[in-house]
Design a protein around this ligand. Structure first.
Ligand SMILES: [Mn+2]
Length: 319
């Protein structure tokens, strides 16, 4: 059942023994939302605990610094930033049919909870949680402001993406007024990388090859590069954005070699071009700006197939 945000505020005021869930491979938004909600509800004297199928990477650990660990049988379950119960992962999928409230900003949200509040215009789920706290009369202290700011800045690429609205920036300003360490959080989220990330970037960059007079390029991330650099999946998060950053590039593809053979392809496009139009040709899909597909073939064949698809696409666009 779809509910209004005021109703979500009312049910949370009534609830106790609350379990808050984040999605697997957790990002700044699902963790910022969950930590803000847990911290605020605990301050209201409620029993609250948090669960996620995957471990929290060190850069997000501070979000949970003021949350006291508690053990209890949950009576009310909240999911934040989770579009689909398939995103719960191994540890928490046991709760998939008993989620009471879902708060999310994904347009693709599947209504799996008893009550759901979804705002597809919100830049992040933490933007919704901020509005929820205003309705609940929760006082936003420095810790909660840091949690909410983390979700806001990570889901907007540090306020660069088109989902950044005037409201997003006003909320960010309010969070800074409440003590959010914006510059420090931005530094940790956007200006810091692991040595393994640097190494894998270096190797991947070396592999970039240009086609179509520099309007299309392909970058490789092979298993050998992963081993050589010591990178894990977390270290290559967002790396597919890199080949698209080159001046003149309209479409960029990143090939990630699968352990089982074949390649996972991430395609990025400069507006007004459409990455999903390329991936659809290989049975994949996504958004205009970012899409993906899988091609089971040898590397050189994969590159040839992609170059042909992009060439055909460019011709269909009259370029
Ligand atoms: Mn999000």
């Amino acid at each position: 059942m779809k509910i209004k945000l005021q109703q979500a505020a009312d049910v949370l005021q009534q609830a106790d023994d609350i379990l808050v869930l984040s999605h697997k491979s957790p990002d700044g938004d699902t963790l910022g939302s969950a930590s803000a909600l847990c911290t605020a509800l605990q301050r209201l004297g409620k029993h609250v605990r948090f669960a996620c199928s995957d471990p929290i990477v060190p850069k997000y650990e501070n979000l949970f610094a003021q949350l006291k660990p508690e053990e209890f049988e949950p009576k009310f379950i909240v999911a934040v930033d989770i579009a689909d119960t398939q995103l719960l992962g191994e540890e928490t999928e046991q709760f998939k049919d008993s989620i009471d409230l879902a708060i999310d900003h994904h347009m693709s949200h599947k209504e799996y909870a008893k009550m759901s509040y979804v705002d597809g215009t919100a830049a992040s789920t933490t933007q919704i949680i901020y509005e929820l706290f205003c309705m609940m009369g929760v006082s936003i202290d420095k810790q909660i402001a840091n949690c909410l700011y983390t979700g806001l800045c990570t889901d907007t690429g540090c306020f660069r993406y088109s989902n950044t609205s005037a409201t997003t920036l006003r909320i960010a300003a309010s969070l800074m007024d409440a003590g959010a360490d914006a510059a420090e959080i931005n530094r940790i989220m956007f200006d810091t990388k692991s040595r393994a990330r640097l190494n894998v970037e270096r190797l991947a960059m070396e592999s970039i090859a240009f086609y179509e007079n520099g309007r299309f390029d392909i970058m490789e991330i092979t298993e050998e590069m992963m081993t050589q650099s010591g990178a894990t999946e977390g270290d290559i998060e967002g790396l597919a954005a890199l080949p698209r950053q080159v001046e003149g590039v309209l479409i960029a593809a990143t090939l990630r070699e699968k352990k089982t053979g074949g390649y996972k392809i991430s395609v990025r496009a400069t507006p007004p071009y459409d990455a999903s139009a390329i991936c659809a040709q290989f049975g994949g899909g996504g958004h205009k700006g970012a899409a993906g597909c899988v091609i089971e073939d040898e590397k050189e064949n994969v590159k040839k197939k992609l170059a042909e698809a992009v060439s055909g696409y460019f011709r269909s666009q009259g370029i």
